[in-house]
Design a protein around this ligand. Structure first.
Ligand code: AP5
Length: 219
C-alpha cells in the first residue's frame, strides 16, 4: 500500500515568507487563503465583494466566509491525490476548531519565525506580478526584466500602518492556534536566505515521509 500524501500547514507573521516558500515546494496542492481571496476580489465575485473592505484594511475576513471556502477546497480530488500545503489558514482559534471538527489535521505545522522590524521592510518592499503570481521584493528579489518591472503591483494592505495592525492581529491569535497543533510544531528561522529556509523545510518533509513509509512497512 502506498503512503498517504502529506498534509502541511505553514504559518507565520505577515511577510514571514509563507508564499515565497510555498512557490518553491512542489507536489503538494498549495492552498493560500490570501491568494484565493485576492482572486475573488479581482473577479468581483460575491465573496470578493464581501472580503475586499476587510482585506484592504489589513483586517481578517469573517471566519464563516473563509472556513467554507477552505473546507470545500480541501475536499476536491487533487488534494486527496497529492496532499496539501495550507498557507494562511487557520488564522484564529475558531478556524482551527472548525478544521478539528471536520477531522482535518496536518502531519506537520510549520511556523516561520522572523523579527518584527524585518517584517515591516519585507511588506513595504513587496511587489506582485499579476501575470505569473510571483512574489518580488524591490531590494531582496528585484524583477528579472524591465517588462516584469513595469507591470508589478503593490498590495493595498502593504503600507507600514496596515502591516503593524496585521502583525498585531497575528500575535493576538498565534498562541491559541498553536495550542491546537503543539505536538506537530516545527519552528523554522525564516530570517535567512530563502534557499536556506527552503532546504530546511524540504528535508523536514522528506524525513516525515521516509518515517511514514518505514512504519507502514513494519505494520
Ligand atoms: P495573506 O495573503 O495570507 O497575507 P499574510 O499572512 O499577511 O501573509 P503575506 O502574504 O503578507 O506574507 P507571506 O508570509 O506569504 O510572505 P511573502 O512570501 O509574500 O492574507 C491577506 C489578507 O487576506 C488578510 O489580511 C485577511 O484580510 C485575508 N485572509 C487571508 N486568510 C484569512 C483567514 N484564514 N481568515 C481571515 N482572513 C484571511 O514574502 C514577503 C516579502 O518578503 C516578499 O517581498 C518576499 O520577496 C520577501 N521575502 C520572502 N522570503 C524572504 C527571505 N528569506 N529573505 C528576504 N526576503 C524575503
Amino acid at each position: 500500500a502506498r503512503v498517504e500524501p502529506l498534509k502541511v500547514m505553514i504559518s507565520g507573521a505577515p511577510a514571514s515568507g509563507k508564499g515565497t516558500q510555498c512557490q518553491m515546494i512542489y507536489g503538494l496542492v498549495h492552498i493560500s487563503t490570501g491568494d484565493i481571496l485576492r482572486a475573488e476580489v479581482s473577479t468581483g465575485t460575491e465573496i470578493g465583494q464581501k472580503a475586499k473592505g476587510y482585506m484592504d484594511n489589513g483586517m481578517l475576513v469573517p471566519d464563516e466566509i473563509v472556513t467554507d471556502m477552505v473546507i470545500t477546497r480541501l475536499s476536491l480530488p487533487d488534494v486527496k491525490e497529492r496532499g496539501w500545503l495550507l498557507d494562511g489558514y487557520p488564522r484564529t482559534f475558531s478556524q482551527a476548531q472548525s478544521l478539528e471538527r471536520a477531522n482535518i489535521r496536518p502531519d506537520i505545522y510549520i511556523v516561520l519565525d522572523v523579527p518584527d522590524e524585518i517584517l515591516i521592510d519585507r511588506c513595504v518592499g513587496r511587489r506582485m506580478d499579476p501575470v505569473t503570481g510571483k512574489i518580488y521584493h524591490l531590494k531582496n528579489f528585484p524583477p528579472e526584466t524591465d517588462e516584469i518591472s513595469a507591470r508589478l503591483i503593490t498590495r493595498a494592505d502593504d503600507t507600514q500602518e496596515k502591516v503593524v495592525s496585521r502583525l498585531e492581529t497575528y500575535k493576538r491569535n498565534a498562541e491559541a492556534i498553536l495550542s491546537t497543533y503543539l505536538d506537530l510544531l516545527k519552528k523554522i528561522d525564516g530570517n535567512r536566505p530563502k534557499e536556506v529556509v527552503f532546504e530546511e523545510i524540504d528535508s523536514l518533509l522528506q524525513q516525515f515521509q521516509a518515517d511514514a513509509s518505514k512504519s507502514k512497512k513494519l505494520s
